[in-house]
Design a protein around this ligand. Structure first.
Ligand SMILES: Cc1cc2nc3c(=O)[nH]c(=O)nc-3n(C[C@H](O)[C@H](O)[C@H](O)COP(=O)(O)OP(=O)(O)OC[C@H]3O[C@@H](n4cnc5c(N)ncnc54)[C@H](O)[C@@H]3O)c2cc1C
Length: 283
């Protein structure tokens, strides 16, 4: 039996079982959530793990709790369920759009929040920039205990995390801000977006921006906040043309990644249009 042809699958009923199973399998084991990234390993010329630990039945992984000041999202929540749960919550429209417009309906019914955040090689993950704008934190469980860290810190450490750890849930802040998510898929809606720009903006009674959060995905290898554009947006009233101009002036801060779907310069070049679209959606 070749490892990549017939990997084994153990479906864990609990977090403890999943962690134990991963520890037993060591470097051979990998978590399996929706499988939408894992199943495409051959297309990326990557070897599949010989042993998967299925997370689909882990108790608590499917929870979504919406509180007044924060939301808790279990790692096993699918994009489709997340979009539906957040549909009528004004401050979470950016995240709802990220979940509801990613990929295509079949993928959205399978792909999970945990898989989206944990896939180190996936630059175009829609939920990451949307959650960065909500100052999200993630919980990472291992047999040694649970650690909570900012999504930014998790992204910085993600590629070097030891095996056997699981992302269990995400905490995102709620506020009076309004959020939006603009993405550019090149050929058809089901394709990975070549660039993503998420935005969350809080305004005063006069319409002036008192706080802006902007995050960019798919342009570089890992999504990140765009502090210079946040600063440029803060102070005056929100305006789509001004946002586009500011993004044009500042886009040179990004070093676009080369890919088969788009060259690096193109990913950077479309950012001003995405900034304009995000602001237009907020207005
Ligand atoms: C054709 C197609 C188009 C797509 N387009 C988009 C798109 O535009 N935008 C978008 O956001 N997504 C898109 N996706 C989905 C994308 O694959 C998923 O969003 C995500 O990256 C994988 O989620 P998953 O649950 O399927 O994870 P899996 O494929 O099961 O796992 C992915 C990786 O994460 C690890 N993992 C999973 N869960 C955990 C956990 N809880 N803790 C630790 N590690 C974990 C796995 O071991 C694996 O390494 C697309 C998928 C397809 C097939």
């Amino acid at each position: 039996m070749t490892p990549s042809a017939h990997p084994s699958l153990y479906v864990a009923p609990s977090l403890e079982d999943a962690l134990n199973a991963l520890a037993e399998r060591g470097a051979d084991g990998a978590p399996l959530a929706g499988g939408t990234w894992i199943m495409r390993a051959p297309l990326r010329h990557e070897a599949k793990s010989p042993a998967f630990v299925g997370l689909g039945r882990v108790a608590g992984f499917g929870r979504i709790e919406v509180h007044d000041d924060h939301v808790i999202i279990g790692a096993g929540v699918t994009h489709a369920r997340l979009a539906e749960a957040l549909r009528d919550i004004p401050d979470l429209q950016g995240l709802a759009a990220a979940a509801g417009r990613s990929a295509n309906p079949a993928v959205r019914r399978a792909a999970t929040v945990g898989g989206n955040l944990c896939t180190a090689g996936f630059a175009a993950a829609d939920l990451v920039p949307a959650l960065l704008c909500l100052e999200a934190e993630v919980e990472i469980a291992s047999r040694a205990g649970v650690q909570r860290l900012s999504l930014e810190a998790f992204l910085a450490a993600r590629a070097t995390l030891e095996p056997g750890r699981l992302l269990t849930q995400v905490h995102a802040l709620r506020s009076s801000a309004r959020s939006a998510h603009a993405r550019l898929p090149l050929r058809k809606a089901g394709d990975y977006p070549v660039a993503i720009l998420s935005m969350a903006v809080m305004r005063d009674d006069a319409g002036r921006v008192v706080r802006a959060r902007v995050a960019v995905g798919s342009v570089e290898a890992v999504a990140r906040r765009w502090p210079a554009l946040e600063a440029a947006l803060t102070g005056p009233p929100l305006d789509a043309a001004s946002a586009e101009r500011a993004a044009t002036d500042l886009a040179g801060e990004f070093d676009g990644r080369e890919g088969v779907d788009a060259p690096g310069w193109y990913r950077v070049a479309v950012l001003p249009a995405l900034a304009r679209r995000a602001v237009a959606a907020l207005l």
